[in-house]
Write a protein that binds this ligand. Sequence first.
Ligand code: 8YV
Length: 315
Amino acid sequence: MTLPALLAIGAYADWDVPDMQEGFDLLQIASASALAGVDVARRQGIKAVAYKGHNPFGATEMDLLPSLEIIANYGVGYDAIDVEAATKRGVRVTNTPDVLNDDVADLAVAMLLSFTRNMAFNAAWQARGDWAEKGDPPLARKFSGARAGIMGLGRIGREIADRLAAFKMEIHYHSRSKKNTPAGWVWHETPEGLAAACDYMVVALVGGKATENYVSRDVIAAMGADAVIANISRGTTIDEDALLEALEAGHIRGAALDVFRVEPQFDPRFLALKNVYLQPHQGSATVETRKGMGALQRANIRAHLAGKRLLTPVN
Ligand code: 8YV
């Protein structure tokens, strides 16, 4: 029996590979840009793509794979994949929601706490022996009890809000419509309204064209001079130039960012700033969660090839 051909695109962990070889004729390439270099006969047989990465996977790539039936994305955000082009070609797309909610929410809280309690600065102070030499470092700022704002109360946004509520924070949020929330959470109809109402604003929007620059120059201008913004969604959701200008001018207190408009070569202007806490897009990057994401990605491919219902379909 010939095994179905699976093309894995991106860098996978060692534990993913044996499972992708199980029942599949596996071909691995580092990124979608290497696709054109794959032997034509090999390409023509590919039925399933396991996609990992943030480079675009669009009509051009799909047309190089005439037998393609499914693109299973490794990640909840599928903005790299042209879903419309896939649907047009009858190609199914899946993603990996929910399995990463906890990790991404944990990181949002950790980044805000690390920023506001000067954790990186103080760790360096400690490591250099400055405590004994110079005394106590400068005072930090309090987190518990402040006003939190969640931009996008989806599944990840809700996990973040639940955590911040445990920090005795007042919870404000903006989403297209009011959500079913615990009593006292305040919905804001506009992103500017949310920005003006909170001290710590976390962006938890989905990526893609519809949310490009959703946190616009006006939204950033509506934030108070003492406010901090965090982003664990996609770099595209914030007007990055406007954010950099606000940070450089001290118009807001700071930013804690896990995602950037360009990755991994992010804007070097961020490195010159003291009022930022930067992470290398690591929201879902724990062993446990990455194992869960890989398992869900493959479960979708297997379900499709067995003619069963997809677990987490996008289209
Ligand atoms: C990435 C993510 O998928 O789930 C998402 O949307 O951004 C991440 O989990 C991960 O970095 C692998 O590319």
